[in-house]
Design a protein around this ligand. Structure first.
Ligand code: ZN
Ligand code: ZN
Length: 222
């Protein structure tokens, strides 16, 4: 379920565009399957933990959390001395999700698109301008479904000028993948907002807040 959207400023890397973050409750309902984050593997077979990659090319430190981690941070594999090619599925596993093979992805149909647009009366979920596009909040390669729950009507600006990400309030570890967003502050405000409403949700949020945000579990982000 979509709660609202936030913006991750692109400033942490000069050339990165701002990202619209879909803040979700139970991303599993959008089709997401979580797994233990897995480090990359080189074609030569060696497991490319960040430490291994650092040994391969100490001069480069393009970690973490930028587009370059799709190609191993542009670091050479210390075993075969080649630049590893990290495919999209490895990239998704490193982030802790089971990828959907490209061949299994089906496009959103016209009637699914229309149904999503009708949900918001053809307005953008972020700014209330006219929605011209429908975006999957959990992307299809991440298992994101074509159900209305996963389809976000967006205006031209919020579709084209932004990158798109998601974060689940019930998975505080996931928020390490996004820069400049404060999970604890967000969830405290959410808990206060629902304090007179759903007790079940408030209880869940309270116990998450008690536990606090865990350390970053992802190998290529710090
Ligand atoms: Zn190698
Ligand atoms: Zn908009």
């Amino acid at each position: 379920m979509l709660i609202n959207t936030l913006v991750e400023p692109g400033r942490h890397h000069g050339n990165r565009s701002n990202h619209l973050v879909f803040v979700l409750l139970k991303a599993e309902k959008h089709g997401l399957n979580r797994i233990e984050p897995e480090p990359y593997t080189c074609e030569c077979g060696i497991i490319l933990t960040p430490e291994v990659l650092d040994r391969g090319d100490e001069s480069k430190n393009s970690w973490p959390n930028c587009k370059s981690w799709r190609d191993g941070g542009k670091k050479k594999c210390p075993e075969c001395d080649e630049y590893p090619s990290i495919d999209r599925e490895q990239h998704i596993r490193a982030r802790g999700y089971e990828p959907t093979p490209k061949s299994q992805i089906k496009s959103v149909t016209q009637s699914q698109r229309e149904a999503a647009l009708e949900e918001t009366d053809h307005t953008c979920i972020t700014c209330n301008s006219k929605a011209e596009y429908v975006k999957r909040m959990v992307p299809p390669r991440y298992g994101g479904s074509r159900d209305v729950v996963n389809l976000a009507p967006l205006c031209n600006k919020h579709y084209k000028k932004y990158g798109h990400m998601f974060a689940d309030v019930l998975h505080p570890e996931e928020w390490h993948q996004i820069h400049h967003l404060d999970w604890e502050g967000y969830v405290e405000a959410l808990r206060d907002k629902y304090a007179n409403g759903s007790n079940r949700l408030v209880n869940i949020l309270d116990s998450l807040l008690d536990e606090g945000q865990p350390e970053n579990p992802y190998p290529y982000i710090d």
